[in-house]
Ligand binder design. Structure first.
Ligand code: ADP
Length: 214
């Protein structure tokens, strides 16, 4: 049997990925959130945690043996070399779990939601990439409102991610989330019908449905 048809859902920070993800789930589509997998692979007893302690030192762990996420974040934030070392430990474990999850799904198609799908070169795990597109202006406004983050930190976070143009160039399907929040559900419903149809027709690489933001 061939592997399950898999869509990689991605987008910049506060683009609306979680919102789109929930809309797909409401339609019965199995969705795997990479953020959750990333937490699982560093839980006590998981192999990545021991490797982190080995490479970065035991001071990255709390006294109870769990990962000190704040210490780890402080170590890698704004330090690409250290981030690369951390990802070299965690990403292989994340990839294995994603493959296992895919193999267990019984549905016409499934979704893996990964903020850094393109940056981390995880596109080989999916058949198509669906980008939730939005303007930088909207990202900034949502980050300020949702997380109360300062403008300086927002600048830093956005600078660390790929640009809209880079994402648009590497995504087959694009859904704009710049207007009403409720509009995402309509776009998701349309894409759901499209994915079911191309899977039924054996056309997983059909031309994209592209509704980029103006
Ligand atoms: P992501 O998962 O990409 O970080 P979210 O789906 O969590 O993004 O959206 C970020 C924040 O912006 C959330 O608080 C969400 O409710 C809000 N949001 C998303 N899309 C819109 C929109 N079109 N209009 C208004 N608020 C939005």
């Amino acid at each position: 049997m061939s592997e399950i048809f898999t869509i990689g859902l991605t987008g910049g920070i506060a683009s609306g990925k979680s919102t789109a993800q929930a809309a797909f789930e409401a339609l019965g589509v199995p969705v795997l959130d990479a953020d959750i997998v990333a937490r699982e692979v560093v839980m006590p007893g998981a192999p990545a945690l021991a490797q982190i302690a080995e490479v970065f030192g035991a001071q990255m762990l709390h006294a109870d043996g769990t990962l000190d996420r704040a210490a780890m974040r402080a170590r890698v934030f704004g330090n690409p070399e250290e981030l690369k070392r951390l990802e070299a430990i965690t990403h292989p474990h994340i990839r294995v779990r994603m493959l296992e999850w895919k193999a267990a799904q019984r549905a016409p198609y499934c979704i893996i939601s990964v903020a850094i799908l393109l940056e981390a070169k995880m596109t080989d795990l999916v058949d198509r990439v669906l980008l939730i597109d939005t303007s930088e202006q909207a990202q900034r406004a949502r980050l300020r409102q949702r997380d109360g983050i300062s403008d300086a930190l927002i600048d830093q976070m956005l600078a660390a991610q790929w640009s809209r143009q880079q994402r648009l160039a590497q995504s087959q399907d694009v859904l704009c989330n710049a207007g009403e929040l409720a509009a995402i559900a309509d776009g998701v419903r349309q894409l759901h019908g499209f994915y079911l149809e191309i899977e039924a027709q054996g056309q997983r690489d059909a031309p994209g449905v592209r509704h980029a933001c103006p």
